[in-house]
Design a protein around this ligand. Structure first.
Ligand code: HEC
Length: 398
């Protein structure tokens, strides 16, 4: 697998994890943000209603309230609340455990909170709870009885006649003292509304994060590609091409001073060294060829299997073949009895030395026309790193 593919796979997996984590984190952040904003809004609405109610309670006289029931603080505040929350998902009620109007009867959740306000600390409360089968954010702000409220909420006796008329003596809505929790503003928002906002926020957040990360990754990928992958791949190609062609002239420009720069430099040094050695070897081969060319005897160099690799002019004449024809032929084919030479070579490889090597022996050769030639033959061995080569110097005795 290519490094780019591996890296891409690993990065993709990490990205998925990262986005899951980011998504979760954004969701949490957005959720609390949106819920807090909703609570803020509910608080403001409730406070406005309480202010309105207190203002009306302090300014509207009982005789006006008696003749214009729409100006009874509760009634006016309810209408104003409706106006404030028109076209919003916020739903506002004003509830009391000791309600006068059955429309203000608290539901189960409100009743629980009102009891807590009356018994414990009267402080705003909010929670996400099921409401009419769906989750809703429910906010309650307790309302305390002010002095002005007691005009109609203290005792039956002190209340104005229009209140007395509607709520006979003994009605539970009488008997409040200043500071008592008389009811609460109850605001509810369906969570489906808030979730919609959370979702669209989340999508926006993720798109933003994805594009930033995408750009970042793209930039990193390009840098990694340019700085590491491309030069490494050039070095690899250079090596494999040089191995195939035997041409070590390739050099790569080092663009940096870092580890990759050093790798490229080492590659160039290696190529230079190989090129130098190849040239040296070619030169020494050339010298050897020139040397055997001026020798007076036929000389043939062959591999352990007998394959002729170098031959001089005298050898061509002896065998009656041109150099092209001679090279690649097996020297044993030209010997009447090659067994001794073969044995000598075998001994050399098995025992490390052989009686035959370096010592003259007699051999009858056969040229291309089948003519027999008696020769004295001396074979020497030259051992290079990888292979042994045998050189036979021949001297005709007939
Ligand atoms: C002029 C008389 C009057 C004054 C002043 C007054 N109220 Fe009321 N209040 C009423 C009447 C009448 C109702 C019933 C309204 C209806 O029919 O919905 C009511 C209802 C309520 C309710 C709704 C629960 C229920 O009993 O149905 C609350 C809560 C409440 N009043 C609190 C207050 C507070 C707090 C103040 C002072 C800021 C106040 N009221 C001042 C006459 C008054």
């Amino acid at each position: 697998m290519r490094i780019t593919t591996k890296l891409t796979l690993i990065i993709c997996m990490l990205l998925i994890l990262l986005f899951a984590a980011l998504g979760l984190n954004s969701y949490r952040g957005d959720h609390s943000l949106i819920v807090n904003a909703a609570v803020d809004k509910a608080r403001i609405i409730s406070q406005q209603i309480i202010e309105t109610r207190e203002y009306l309670s302090a300014t509207v006289t009982t005789s006006i309230a008696g003749s214009t029931p729409d100006l009874i603080p509760q009634v006016a505040a309810s209408k104003i609340a409706k106006l404030i929350t028109r076209d919003t998902p916020y739903y506002v009620r004003q509830v009391s455990l000791r309600f006068r109007n059955p429309a203000n009867r608290p539901d189960e959740y409100e009743a629980g909170e009102l009891r807590r306000f009356t018994e414990g600390t009267p402080q705003e409360s909010y929670r996400i709870v099921p409401h009419n089968g769906k989750d809703a954010l429910r906010y309650l702000l307790p309302m305390k009885a002010e002095k002005s409220c007691l005009v109609c909420h203290d005792s039956y006796r002190t209340s104005p006649p229009f209140v007395q008329k509607r709520f006979p003596e003994g009605h539970p809505s009488y008997g409040y003292r200043e500071g008592d929790v008389i009811g609460a503003i109850s605001v509810s928002v369906p969570m489906s509304e808030l979730n919609r906002t959370i979702r669209s926020n989340l999508v926006q957040d993720l798109l933003y994060e994805i594009s930033i990360l995408g750009l970042l990754l793209l930039a990193t990928g390009l840098i990694i590609h340019r700085a590491i992958l491309a030069p490494v791949s050039r070095v690899a190609t250079g090596i494999s091409e040089a191995t195939k062609s035997g041409n070590f002239a390739t050099r790569i420009a080092a663009r940096s001073q870092d580890e990759i720069g050093r790798l490229v430099e080492s590659f160039n040094e290696l190529m230079a060294e190989l090129e130098r050695r190849t040239r040296q070897r070619a030169e020494s081969d050339e010298r050897y060829r020139n040397f055997i060319e001026i020798a007076q005897s036929p000389i043939v160099t062959f591999l352990p299997d007998g394959k002729i690799v170098i031959a001089n002019n005298k050898a061509e004449k002896l065998f009656g073949l041109t150099r092209e024809e001679l090279l690649g032929q097996c020297i044993f084919e030209f010997m009447m009895d090659p067994s001794m030479v073969r044995q000598g070579i075998e001994d050399y490889f098995s025992a490390g030395s052989s009686q035959m090597l370096g010592n003259a022996s007699r051999q009858t050769l056969r040229d291309v026309c089948g003519r027999e030639i008696d020769c004295e033959i001396v074979i020497s061995v030259s051992q290079s790193e990888h292979e042994a080569m045998f050189t036979a110097i021949l001297r005709t005795t007939t």
